[in-house]
Design a binder for this molecule. Structure first.
Ligand SMILES: *Cc1c(COP(=O)(O)O)cnc(C)c1O
Ligand code: SF4
Length: 361
């Protein structure tokens, strides 16, 4: 990792300094990498379609010379994004599933509540491209209150997932205002935060933040590591602080072509996560989303990767491979249950043997 020499290390590890000094153009990017002509061209052409912003910290993880670097490909635009004609702006039809602004309800008992449309950086494959960084989706305090009122008036909701954008881009005060509002609602049992900041801006996970979150337990966090190179000492410290605050931390990755779509990379990622006490929870099949065709991997390849992990690593290092649809998430799993034969059910073991298990009618 290369912190540019003129930056004070105390500034570097200050999350608000990182937010104020984000990379937003090809010239600043050139402090960290030598952008290829295609990247420079894509930054100019795509700036209006989907924001290009990278934290200095995440930029420092990029390989200076290799445009195929798995960190670089997640955040630096490429002109292939313009070639995708099939992708949709809102493939999960989330807008149609919103009873009030930025509340997405697909399941009876739980919601995704997009409290913030800002992120520390913008991932090229982001499912919420349509909203992140776009003023139309900013949540004013009054709109947040409207959403809290809707939750309070909807007693089936027992699980609230705060997402975005990224809820941790908010100040501790604003986030606590939302958490306290939720905790006043008796039927809200658990609160989850979906945040990529442990990966993209780990300095955000301060001791103060963790002490604040602890006051509102049970809180669960899901973060979003996609590649082992993201597991830096800084990211490890952020995860350790969260888990020491009693917060179970999970990981949701996206299966991305050329980034993590091979057994070795996925297994290393998942095993490294569990060493940090972070549980691989979901790995998403990439959606049919505008500008992301070059990232999509055939579902069969994903099935083969997770099938190959079964039996060859700790069970809790294996996430569920899922496809999200407008009607909810669908587990994509190798068919280990082959079906009934007489009084038995035939199952396939991890190494391909068949087992006949006597099975009642
Ligand atoms: C993923 C998701 C949830 C949470 O689903 P779990 O399977 O419980 O993690 C809730 N609401 C929406 C809209 C989601 O997309
Ligand atoms: S951090 Fe998450 S919400 Fe933000 S741009 Fe990346 S994928 Fe999208």
């Amino acid at each position: 990792m290369a912190i540019p020499g003129d930056i004070d290390p105390a500034d570097w590890s200050d999350w608000s300094w990182q937010m104020r000094h984000r990379v937003r153009d090809a010239e600043t990017l050139a402090r960290y990498i030598d952008p290829s002509p295609d990247e420079i061209d894509a930054i100019a052409k795509l700036a209006e379609r989907f924001r290009f912003v990278i934290t200095p910290y995440y930029a420092s993880l990029m390989d200076r010379n290799d445009p195929e670097c798995p960190i670089r490909r997640q955040v630096v635009p490429r002109s292939v994004e313009l070639d995708d004609t099939a992708g949709l702006a809102d493939p999960l039809d989330e807008v149609a599933h919103s009873p009030v602004k930025n509340v997405i309800r697909v399941y009876p008992d739980r919601i995704a509540f997009c409290v913030n449309n800002e992120c520390a950086l913008y991932c090229r494959f982001c499912l919420r491209k349509r909203m992140v960084g776009d003023d139309e989706w900013v949540m004013k305090k009054r709109e947040l209150q409207t959403a809290l009122d809707w939750i309070a008036a909807t007693p089936e909701i027992r699980d609230v997932l705060l997402t975005g954008g990224d809820p941790l881009v908010y100040s501790d005060e604003r986030l606590e205002w939302i958490l306290a509002g939720l905790r006043r609602i008796p039927h809200v049992e658990i609160i989850r935060l979906g945040t990529r900041l442990p990966v993209t801006l780990p300095f955000r996970v301060t001791e103060d933040l963790c002490r604040m979150l602890e006051r509102h337990h049970p809180i669960w966090v899901n973060t979003h590591f996609n590649h082992p190179r993201e597991l830096t000492p800084e990211a490890a410290l952020a995860c350790d602080r969260l888990t020491r605050a009693g917060i179970p931390v999970g990981n949701q990755s996206v299966l991305l072509r050329g980034i993590n779509d091979d057994l070795e990379t996925m297994k290393t990622l998942c095993e490294s996560l569990v060493r940090l006490r972070v549980r691989p929870y979901y790995c998403y099949q990439a959606q049919l989303l505008e500008g992301t065709e070059h990232f999509r991997v055939p579902i069969e390849k994903g099935l083969a990767i997770f099938r190959a992990m079964r039996g060859r690593t700790s069970g809790f290092a294996i996430p569920s491979f899922v496809l999200d649809t407008p009607y909810g998430k669908v587990p994509l799993a190798h068919p280990y249950v082959r079906g009934r034969e007489g009084d038995c059910v035939v199952v396939e073991t991890f190494d391909g043997r068949l087992w006949r298990e006597p099975n009642p009618r």
